[in-house]
Design a protein around this ligand. Structure first.
Ligand SMILES: C[S@@+](CC[C@H](N)C(=O)[O-])C[C@H]1O[C@@H](n2cnc3c(N)ncnc32)[C@H](O)[C@@H]1O
Length: 388
């Protein structure tokens, strides 16, 4: 039994610890309207108060902001303006929006730094819009939010009733109770295309952080259509590439990687990573955006199955958004915290949480690999223990 189960560490009522009392006092102060007014007026705290108010407004208006983004993507506004600056009447003509609506959407999109108005009254792209224009993966993620946000429209009932079916759970057909069983080609095709188009940023981040060239062969488990391995193979031409995924996804990966010219250098293995043997073909095994899809029991089962079949001493690399306490990590924790509720499976874990799952499954030498932008991926490496 753990110490916390043995002993009741809750302070007795009326005997709260110092930090708890300080926190309560601070919260009472910050909640007080008079205090807020004084902080907003006082020259030394004015700027801080304004930043806090702006941050709170951003959170409060987050849904509206993402709907502005969604409208721009659906109307292909960024691609239109990437070709040439356009007058509002031309934008109306190309998007099919009435002029009055164009006049409402453009200033809203300007506020998000997607577009801007030029001196001659035409509108052109700004940095945010250019990023969206240049990245099909971001556009695909924004589009698929229409479905996720339908599920999140009533977050309280979603949280109250974990058994209620959702569109997001049906979309990620392999997750939750299905555990990869019976996933058809059509279902696999939809989520696999989204994953491939959004893999660029993740692969760049991981491969910049981890020297994959030190390995002979890499096996990407849950590797989808092979996008991560394609990026690894492009950087390290002696690396042998193996992907493992559900049979319909492995089928897609085989065709895509063949067409991309990887030929015999890429081998696709089809199977269920919970129940089938993982082929012992690589000295480095990767899980990219995979472990987070699964609740603890399933994640532990997956790690044990990998450990059972890979060579002792082989490296396991886990790359996914983690709740690592930094800014990127906390953005990921908030987003995935609710996303996985809609998906009915998965967790955005802290590195410590992943480390304990790894230790239980028979991995050692667990190390956090620093990435440039943890919003795209944090990375943990570990070695398969010599004895189980
Ligand atoms: C979120 S996607 C990540 C794909 C890819 N690693 C990436 O980052 O783009 C999860 C992948 O795990 C695969 N997968 C899920 N459950 C599986 C199972 N039981 N056996 C094998 N693959 C599975 C899915 O088919 C999907 O390709």
């Amino acid at each position: 039994m753990t110490a916390s189960r043995d002993m009741d560490l809750t302070p007795a009522p009326g005997r709260r610890g110092l930090s708890e009392r300080l926190r309560a006092w601070r919260n009472r102060l910050v909640a007080d309207a008079g205090f807020q007014r004084r902080v907003a007026r006082f020259p030394l705290t004015r700027r801080f108060a304004r930043r806090q108010a702006e941050a709170m407004f951003q959170e409060t208006s987050g849904f509206v902001r993402s709907q502005i983004l969604f409208a721009c993507v659906e109307l292909d506004l960024c691609s239109l303006l990437a070709e040439e600056p356009l007058a509002p009447s031309e934008i109306g003509g190309r998007t099919g929006l009435p002029r009055a609506s164009v006049d409402r959407l453009l200033p809203a999109a300007r506020a998000l730094n997607l577009v801007g108005e030029d001196r001659d009254g035409r509108w052109s792209l700004r940095d945010g819009g250019a990023v969206i224009h240049g990245n099909e993966g971001i556009r695909a993620m924004i589009r698929h939010h229409a479905m996720v946000y339908r599920d999140l429209a009533d977050p309280v009932s979603l949280l109250r009733d974990p058994a209620r079916g959702t569109e997001t759970a049906a979309y990620w057909a392999y997750a939750g109770a299905r555990a990869g069983e019976g996933v058809g080609a059509a279902e696999a095709g939809v989520y696999s295309a989204l994953m491939r188009s959004s893999q660029d940023l993740v692969a760049g981040e991981v491969l910049d952080a981890y020297p994959m060239g030190r390995h002979r062969a890499v096996l990407d488990i849950g590797g989808g259509e092979g996008a991560f391995l394609a990026a690894a193979g492009a950087r390290h031409d002696r690396l042998t590439l193996h992907g493992f995924d559900l049979p319909p996804v492995a089928e897609r990966a085989r065709a895509i990687m063949r067409d991309a010219g990887y030929g015999a250098r890429y081998v696709a293995h089809g199977g269920n990573f919970f129940t089938d043997d993982i082929p012992p073909v690589a000295d480095c095994v990767t899980l990219v955006r995979v472990l987070c899809d699964h609740d603890d029991a399933a994640a532990a089962a997956l790690l044990r199955n990998i450990r059972r079949t890979i060579a002792p001493g082989a490296t396991l690399l886990i790359a996914e958004p983690m709740d690592a306490g930094d800014t990127g990590g906390s953005l990921a924790a908030a987003y995935f915290g609710l996303y996985f509720v809609a998906m009915r499976s998965g967790r955005c874990r802290s590195p410590q949480h992943i480390e304990s799952l790894l230790a239980e499954a028979g991995f050692e030498s667990v190390r956090k690999v620093r990435t440039r932008n943890p919003l795209f991926a944090s990375v943990i490496s570990a070695k398969a223990r010599r004895e189980l």
